[in-house]
Unconditional design. Sequence first.
Length: 177
Amino acid sequence: MKDVQDVAEAVYGVLLRCLEATEPESRRCAENELREAETRPDFFASLAMIMVAGEDVSDGRARWLASVCAKNAVRRRWRPHKNAGPDCVVEEERAYVRDVFLEAVATKVGEPLIAIQVSEFISRVARIDYPDHWPNLLQNLVQEYFESSDLRVVKQAVTTVDMGIIIRQIKQVEHKV
């Protein structure tokens, strides 16, 4: 995990530059740097690490931006396994990131801006990986979160499942058209 930590530190710096850039040119440079980082191994794992880092370790805006970047990059890099290319996320990193985001359903309920990104990320990844490469997704959501005594966790789990169902329905309609 040492390599992931190094990548996470570099990506964290880029996220901060994106957030702190006041001039359009400096913001564009930081955004381009972030897009370049997207093609590196462990990019998603580093975003996951940043997102779940504590307030004492990372800036809340950077944690939020990490969750947004992960969600948005799914369409570009988290390709179906049969279409995997050289810059596609490898299975070991996928498994780690899925676990971190699934755990974040419960741990990020106090940060609603991040929590909604977590739910959207999970639903987008589920479209690609469930059930073949993420068979325990629904079982984990039900066992861990629907039975929680914290109603915020239950609500977040329901939101996650709801988003997944809506995306699956849209996908089915698109195939019919």
